[in-house]
Design a protein around this ligand. Structure first.
Ligand code: F2R
Ligand code: MG
Ligand code: MG
Ligand code: MG
Length: 301
């Protein structure tokens, strides 16, 4: 039986992985900017687009009891602030929805077939909190959430993998079972290859950052970050959150998003006991706990 602590651990792990690794995302310019705007006026670490979209997804689900794409698109757009560090294509899309454009008419325009960034995957752990038991509903809802901003098949596939692994983490499934189910779900050669690499890497000592960058990736594309995050979460599932995040920070690249996805899965396995003492360092930490509690209570409706 999944516990309230696992729900809180999952949401806090996502927000803390995001906020605590955000200062290390990208190159020198991004890091300099985040140094200037990365704290609240009361000194907490600000979260980025990853957590904001997870909150939006939570609010929309709690309001509709399902994934209503039009409502969710409006929720994303109304929360948009440039200072959360959204990806360029998502940023453009949300600004246009805010001006009254319909998401269905513009979400495939910038890139033919839609974005394959990791923006749909970074909010996907929340869908496992919405649908902790029913895998088919989980995957259908993940597609509906992803389609708004990340209609490209690889953007959707990454999101489905993160949602599935979070659901398996809530059930405390063994790593081998998780990897088998991932392979069953994979549709593209890239995700199959990376999942198989992850499977063999988990049998070895922790890989060097350079090796992970080469074989699994550390970039903003779903194919360069989702399996990377899953590797960290499965490797560190019985170990310390801060040690895992330290390794993700050493990897560089899209640290906030790899931190958010790995953090959420880690928290779904381990619960919130070691994360809650750190909430005073996190922007809106108490709100994050409250959203996790509301999602937990929603299961019994
Ligand atoms: N944007 C950032 N980080 C930079 C700034 C961070 C700094 N802390 C600050 O605040 O200033 N992070 C965010 O972007 C990443 C991806 O998010 P998302 O929503 O997936 O972005 P987007 O724009 O949809 O896609 C990202 C880029 O990928 C390339 N791309 C995507 N689909 C493509 C396609 N079909 N064909 C060609 N290229 C494609 C484009 O370059 C997109 O701009 C997350 O890390 C989030 O945290
Ligand atoms: Mg971000
Ligand atoms: Mg298959
Ligand atoms: Mg990022």
């Amino acid at each position: 039986m999944t516990s309230i602590e696992q729900y809180k651990g999952c949401f806090l792990g996502l927000a803390m992985g995001d906020a605590f690794a955000a200062p290390f995302e990208g190159g020198p310019i991004e890091r300099l900017l985040w140094r200037a705007i990365g704290h609240t006026s009361t000194g907490e670490r600000r979260f980025t687009d990853d957590t904001q979209m997870a909150i939006d997804l939570t609010k929309s689900f709690l309001h509709n009891h399902r994934i209503d794409q039009d409502h969710l698109a409006q929720q994303f757009a109304q929360s948009y602030r440039w200072s959360r560090g959204y990806g360029p294509s998502t940023s453009n899309l949300l600004k246009r929805i805010k001006k009254g454009n319909c998401w269905r008419e513009i979400n495939k325009k910038k890139f033919k077939g839609g974005s394959f960034g990791n923006g749909a995957a970074m909010r996907a752990p929340i869908l496992a909190l919405c649908f902790p038991q029913d895998t088919q509903r989980l995957l259908e809802s993940t597609i509906r959430s992803a389609e708004i901003t990340h209609a490209h098949p690889l953007g959707i596939e990454g999101a489905k993998l993160i949602a599935l692994v979070t659901q398996k983490a809530l059930a405390k499934s063994p790593n081998e079972t998780v990897l088998k189910e991932m392979l069953h779900l994979c549709e593209s050669e890239t995700f199959v290859d990376k999942t198989m690499y992850c499977q063999s890497a988990l049998r070895q000592a922790t890989l060097e950052p350079r090796t992970i960058r080469i074989h699994l990736g550390n970039g903003i594309a779903a194919t360069d970050s989702c399996v990377t995050a899953i590797y960290f979460a499965l490797k560190f599932r019985d170990l310390d959150f801060d040690i895992m995040l330290g390794q993700i920070i050493k990897l560089g690249g899209d640290t906030d998003t790899i931190g958010a996805m790995a953090g959420a899965i880690w928290g779904a396995f381990n619960g919130s006991a070691t994360l809650e003492p750190k909430i005073s360092k996190l922007e809106r930490g108490q709100d994050i706990i409250s959203y996790a509690e509301q999602l937990f209570q929603h299961q019994s409706l």
